[in-house]
Design a protein around this ligand. Structure first.
Ligand code: CA
Length: 92
């Protein structure tokens, strides 16, 4: 186990050194010189945008579920004899 981790650590270290050398030679682009390859920054940025979009979509689903809960409660109330309230006018 320790040997495996040591070998893995050495491999990661070699990859980091190779990437840094390639960046120093300009083979791997790093426009802002923060030692993070531009490709990695692009990937991070894409993932970050998608997570933001997913949060918005999740919020939509949450709102629909809340509305569904209200509607189910309305069915329950009507079944107990309460008068139907009907749909609220949309204010969007
Ligand atoms: Ca960079």
């Amino acid at each position: 186990m320790t040997t495996t981790l040591t070998i893995l650590g050495i491999i990661i270290l070699i990859i980091i050194i190779v990437v840094l050398v390639l960046m120093a030679k300009g083979k791997i682009k790093d426009k802002n010189k923060n030692l993070i390859p531009d490709k990695l920054e692009d990937i991070y940025s894409t993932i970050d945008e998608r997570i933001d979009q997913m949060k918005l979509e999740y919020q939509d689903v949450k709102e629909v579920i809340e509305e569904l809960k209200k509607q189910i409660k309305d069915i329950e109330e009507v079944s107990k004899g309460k008068k139907r309230r009907g749909r609220k006018p949309k204010n969007k």
